[in-house]
Ligand binder design. Structure first.
Ligand SMILES: Nc1nc2c(ncn2[C@@H]2O[C@H](COP(=O)(O)OP(=O)(O)OP(=O)(O)O)[C@@H](O)[C@H]2O)c(=O)[nH]1
Ligand SMILES: [Mg+2]
Length: 432
């Protein structure tokens, strides 16, 4: 096995911190042994080489000193690289060069199990490659060089055409699979079984939570992107069936081709009745902020921001009470200010099975809110204070009798509002 470990050098223009640590973690997950990290703080990438030419020479000396040739080591750039920059670095270092997107795709390729996941990854890889191939064609024509893909310009041209054809073929196949998935979603909707998706940053503990909720034993791991295909299972709670689905994790700066490639699996999220957004509270506060922002961004990209969300703070077994309340405030305020669909918050430990019943109760209450009918006598001049939809049943002198239908969770607020408006509550009854 040891022979399979690939060597890599990570090159970053970021300051050290969790974001760079994440790229190193991604490299390890993809199976690389990171020999060294070269850093150069720059406000933007160098136009020709991504990093400055001086730093590039430093890397070259490092490779020469350690006798590392083109087959021994891969250069991983912590960011997005342009095809021309990749070509220029390759020319100088004579090594393979990949960026963060390609790194994520390599991990996906390693973990893909289902036919659909495999096709999605191939599609994302090919789409990501297209501009690089175009650049090779351009350079090969200009410099009359044999291309990096082993052949001359004609071979690269032929390869470009092959890639385009393959992309269309995969798209067609995925569309068929997607239709099948849609039929399942539609039949679930017809049966009126509510569907809850478990989403969140990669490694937040989504699968551990799915296992805790559904009594399953799907694979969990500290590595990133362990889950690539959604898994669903029904749970009966309070006499009602609820389907939970575990999904692919989000990550910051996900390139558009990856989002699109996983569109059909993310469709599960878009079509769901509710989202559990899992946040790992054992992360430091800065990381929580970055990851929650990444999740909000991903939910926006897939247009899932109107689905009710229950913020689920996970791994509470790893933090103190004070830490939890500080981190709860941070995650809650970020989400509440970005999304109107936040319905509540719950703190759990999926691994230690803490508060799982409480979580199910909250899910149940959000999915099946009992509707309460309130009848009240309100002074006419205070009517404007009651914002919720009301029915006027008639007048009595200076007062009107009105009726409100409100979810159980909002009753207390409405009753306080009635009192505040100098009104009088006449009757409360349950209607759903
Ligand atoms: N201490 C502790 N560890 C947890 C908890 N929940 C999950 N973990 C661990 O966190 C790691 C990641 O958990 P997963 O469930 O695989 O995370 P995920 O969100 O499904 O990750 P991906 O599928 O890779 O996106 C595993 O090592 C879990 O055992 C928890 O409540 N407490
Ligand atoms: Mg998982």
């Amino acid at each position: 096995m040891e022979n399979n470990v690939k060597k890599a050098i990570v090159v970053s223009i970021r300051s050290p911190g969790p974001r760079l640590d994440e790229t190193i973690e991604l490299a390890k997950t993809a199976g690389y042994n990171v020999l060294h990290v070269f850093r150069q703080k720059r406000s933007r990438p160098h136009s020709k080489f991504y990093i400055g030419p001086g730093k590039l020479n430093e890397i070259k000396s490092y490779l020469l000193r350690d006798g590392l040739g083109s087959n021994d080591v891969c250069i991983i750039l912590d960011g997005s690289i342009k095809p021309s920059q990749a070509y220029n670095i390759m020319k100088i270092l004579n090594t393979k060069v990949i960026d963060r997107t390609q790194l994520i795709l390599e991990i996906f390729a390693k973990h893909a199990g289902s036919t659909e996941a495999k096709l999605q990854i191939e599609l994302a890889k090919l789409r990501h490659m297209l501009p690089f191939i175009k650049e090779w064609i351009r350079i090969s024509r200009r410099e009359e060089l044999p291309g990096f893909l082993g052949g001359g310009v004609y071979e690269i041209d032929a390869y470009y055409k092959y890639v385009k054809k393959r992309i269309s073929k995969i798209r067609r196949k995925l569309e068929e699979l997607r239709k099948r998935r849609r039929m399942l979603i539609v039949s679930r909707k017809e049966k009126k079984i509510p569907h809850v998706t478990i989403t969140g940053y990669t490694s937040a503990g989504k699968t551990e939570l799915f296992n805790a909720l559904t009594n399953e034993s799907k694979k969990v791991s500290g590595l990133l992107f362990t889950t690539l295909s959604p898994k669903s299972k029904a749970v009966v709670f309070g006499g009602r069936k609820i389907i939970f689905t575990d999904t692919v994790g989000f990550i910051n700066d996900v390139p558009v081709e990856i989002i699109e490639a996983f569109y059909s699996t993310l469709e599960e999220i878009i079509e769901s009745d509710m989202i559990l957004l899992v946040v790992d509270v054992s992360d430091d506060e800065k990381t929580i902020k970055r990851k929650v922002d990444g999740c909000i961004d991903a939910l926006r990209k897939i247009e899932a921001t109107s689905i009710p969300i229950l913020l689920t703070l996970n791994k509470i077994d790893l933090v103190s009470k004070q830490e939890l309340s500080r981190k709860t405030r941070i995650a809650h305020s970020l989400l509440a200010s970005a999304l109107n669909s936040l319905k509540g918050i719950v703190a759990v430990s999926a691994k230690e099975r803490i508060n799982i019943y409480l979580l199910l109760e909250k899910v149940y209450r959000i999915l099946f809110p009992h509707v309460i009918r309130l009848r009240a006598k309100i002074p006419c001049q205070s009517l404007y204070m009651l914002k919720s939809p009301i029915r006027l049943l008639g007048g009595r002198g200076e007062h009107v009798i009105c009726e409100f239908d409100v979810p159980q969770g909002e009753v207390r607020d409405i009753v306080s509002l009635i009192k505040w408006a100098n009104g009088e509550l006449i009757e409360i009854s349950r209607i759903g």
